[in-house]
Design a protein around this ligand. Structure first.
Ligand SMILES: [Fe+2]
Ligand SMILES: [Fe+2]
Length: 241
């Protein structure tokens, strides 16, 4: 396990300030663990740069990138939503997401690391899927809202999984202050998920169930085209014989 090169080559005074602040937080975590009658080793907390430290930091970078991408994607989702109820729920979550980004920056600071994002392929895919749903549904329809809610809930579930793991990692590493910050965000993501379910079940899904499908005739057309192709293939075979 290589030790962090960045930490040893940092020259800026702000870096050493962050380091001493991180050390202070770690000391606080150690004494809190001891006061609970556990030694640091018993508590599972690490002395230095363990593989779990690295996994924790990498996951922070992943979710930091994801949250920032969401700050770009959510206003688009909000604009495309049909009902005021969904629009205002997304609006509220944009404000929460801004706070979540700030919290992540605080966690980076606790770790003595610079806040930095790393491309999250999962979130990129989930956002892309949300865009596809908008493209494939009719403007102003309840079905579009049902689809946007589904896309948003997939995002929330990804976030819940990530923040849930980050909380348990931070607990293991004895980082009490980080645990507190990450738990706040985890709760917000869970509440958002529940709120979206309530909105969907309130009226949107029901109304979407009454919206007629537009492309039914197109599907029938393509089905008959397929039949024609099969027929002509049979004819060709007969001719060959
Ligand atoms: Fe979030
Ligand atoms: Fe979220």
């Amino acid at each position: 396990m290589p030790t962090s090169k960045a930490r040893t080559t940092k020259t800026k005074s702000s870096a050493s300030t962050r380091q001493s602040r991180a050390q202070a937080t770690k000391n606080k975590a150690q004494s809190s663990a001891r006061s609970k009658g556990k030694t640091q080793a018993e508590n599972g907390a690490s002395e230095g740069n363990t593989q779990l430290d690295k996994l924790f930091t990498d996951t922070l970078k992943d979710i930091y990138w994801a949250e920032k991408q969401l700050l770009k994607a959510l206003p688009k989702m909000q604009k495309n939503a049909t009902t005021d109820e969904l629009k205002s729920a997304i609006e509220e979550h944009i404000t929460q997401t801004e706070e979540q980004v700030t919290r992540l920056e605080q966690v980076f600071e606790i770790c003595g690391k610079k806040a930095q994002g790393k491309k999250c392929a999962a979130m990129e895919g989930l956002i892309e899927e949300g865009n596809e749903i908008v493209e494939e549904t009719e403007k102003g329809s309840m079905t579009r809202d049902a689809g946007i809610i589904m896309a948003a809930q997939k995002v929330e579930h990804y976030e819940i999984a990530t923040y849930g793991c980050l909380v348990t990692f931070a607990k293991t590493l004895g980082m009490d202050e980080a645990v507190e910050l990450l738990e706040q965000t985890l709760e917000e993501e869970k509440e958002t998920d529940e709120k979206l379910t309530m909105i969907a079940e309130g009226n949107i899904n029901q109304s979407a169930g009454q919206e007629e499908e537009e492309e039914e005739s197109d599907e029938e057309e393509s089905e008959s085209e397929e039949e024609e192709t099969e027929e002509s293939e049979e004819e060709m075979e007969k001719k060959e014989k």
